[in-house]
Design a protein around this ligand. Structure first.
Ligand code: ATP
Ligand code: MG
Length: 417
């Protein structure tokens, strides 16, 4: 039996954005219970800025939408509601309970909550959550944390513990295996013994990762400043082949891309999952694209991307980004440089340039060319023109056909007549 513990004033509620508090308050004003839950409570306790805020309520998704007119019900089978706020989207889910006849018993987190009868309570809801540190509920107004499963204690001792038996929870939803590695990497938590054992013994469940969900999960996991730690853990637990087939992220270019991504996150610069993919699979593309003409490039890109596509659903924009980044390599390295101005204005120029610099750093591309591209982005337009002129192909002068003097040709005409 879960034993509820209440803890008061552990959180500095000033860290919770006003817009989030307003959403919670509005649900309460309408007669529903509403609390913060999951990563935001956990991270606030660890003095980490939460990535997002998850609200859980006793209102059904349709009732939530009646309160927030702009809200969108999201996901297969109406799982959550997205409400836009000043700090981005706030996810509102409904208290769930184990529902014998819900559609997909393998994934209790996705159960349908259509009518108020199907709404659970906080006490029922916590059992369906994955780890103890993710099952802390915060009453924002009273600044009270509700803890049914010792999540606070685990957080204090840096432990990641499954709610229930890890084997059962992983076989219900194999994405939880990845989530475990995500929290270990992000928060540097230690796995409890049974959880660590299950990660090894149930690895093969990763065969069943759902490609669209995996793609979403990877974007969530790799673009928040702990990508290198995460990929190292994928290797440690032998997960890599289930996620990025035929890739070893220990390889220098992959490591450089992961490090660069984490660094950019710290600097609040934009980061893309597609860029990591371009770096991970660059060598495969390069080795296949021997002819280096347009047809060979497209063919090589298509064949290389077939490999990760067996696991991850790659959106069209991700594919286009990767292919363009790869194709730019030859264009950037080309000397003499044809259409330099056009290359500079290509949509993915920056990504292509970043990959080129990484390759140059590893001795795979010319450092002179990489610094030339660095410089051209820093100089004035007139200097740019000059730099482009210096590396443009030398125009061959057309040999002028000698024309006969007019008079002579006239004479010839006269003679032939
Ligand atoms: P992050 O800070 O990265 O967002 P998070 O713990 O908030 O981490 P979310 O994916 O936002 O992760 O999920 C919010 C909460 O929903 C989790 O904390 C957990 O309680 C619950 N949850 C999410 N996915 C699952 C799952 N597959 N199984 C069980 N519970 C889940
Ligand atoms: Mg979250």
């Amino acid at each position: 039996m879960a034993k509820l513990k209440r803890h008061k004033n552990l959180i500095d509620t000033a860290q919770i954005p006003k817009s989030v508090r307003r959403i919670v308050q509005k649900l309460r004003d309408n007669g529903y219970d509403a609390k913060l839950v999951g990563g935001c409570v956990r991270d606030l306790l660890l003095h980490i800025k939460p990535k997002d805020f998850d609200v859980v309520t006793s209102a059904t998704p349709f009732q939530v939408r009646r309160i927030f007119k702009q809200a969108q019900i999201i996901g297969r089978r109406f799982r959550i509601v997205h409400v836009k706020s000043e700090i981005g989207v706030v996810e509102i889910s409904t208290y769930r309970k184990w529902n014998k006849d819900h559609i997909d018993p393998a994934v209790p987190t996705r159960s349908v909550v259509r009518s108020p009868k199907q709404v659970g309570t906080m006490k029922q809801d916590h059992r369906l959550r994955d780890f103890t540190v993710n099952a802390l509920y915060l009453d924002v107004e009273k600044n009270v944390i509700f803890d049914f499963v010792g999540g606070l204690r685990d957080l204090k001792y840096g432990q990641l513990r499954c709610i229930g038996d890890p084997e059962t929870r992983f076989s219900e939803d194999c994405h939880r295996i990845l989530r475990a590695v995500r929290f270990v990497s992000k928060l540097d938590l230690k796995l409890t013994e049974d959880l660590a054992q299950s990660l090894h013994s149930q690895r093969d469940l990763l065969e069943h990762l759902e490609p669209h969900r995996l793609s979403y999960d990877l974007e969530k996991m790799l673009l928040h400043g702990y990508a290198r730690a995460l990929c190292n853990n994928f290797i440690k637990y032998n997960f890599l082949s289930y996620i990025f087939p035929e890739i070893d992220t220990r390889e220098a270019l992959s490591q450089a891309a992961l490090k660069n991504t984490d660094h950019r996150v710290k600097q609040c610069k934009p980061v893309r999952f597609a860029f990591l993919l371009a770096a991970f699979y660059w060598h495969d593309y390069r080795d296949l694209n021997i002819r280096n003409d347009r047809e060979a490039e497209i063919l090589a890109a298509k064949r290389v991307l077939e490999v990760p596509s067996q696991r991850i659903a790659l959106r069209a924009d991700v594919r286009d980004f990767v292919i363009e980044t790869w194709r730019l390599q030859a264009k950037l390295e080309q000397r003499p440089l044809r259409n330099g101005k056009q290359v500079l204005s290509r949509k993915r120029f920056r990504a292509g340039f970043d990959l080129l610099c990484m390759r140059a750093g590893l001795g795979e591309a010319s450092p002179e060319i990489a610094s030339w591209w660095t410089k051209i982005q820093e100089v004035s337009e007139a200097e740019q023109e000059q730099m482009l002129k210096e590396v443009a192909p030398v125009r061959k002068r057309r040999s002028k056909r000698r024309r006969r003097p007019r008079e002579v040709s006239k004479q010839i005409v006269a003679v032939t007549q």
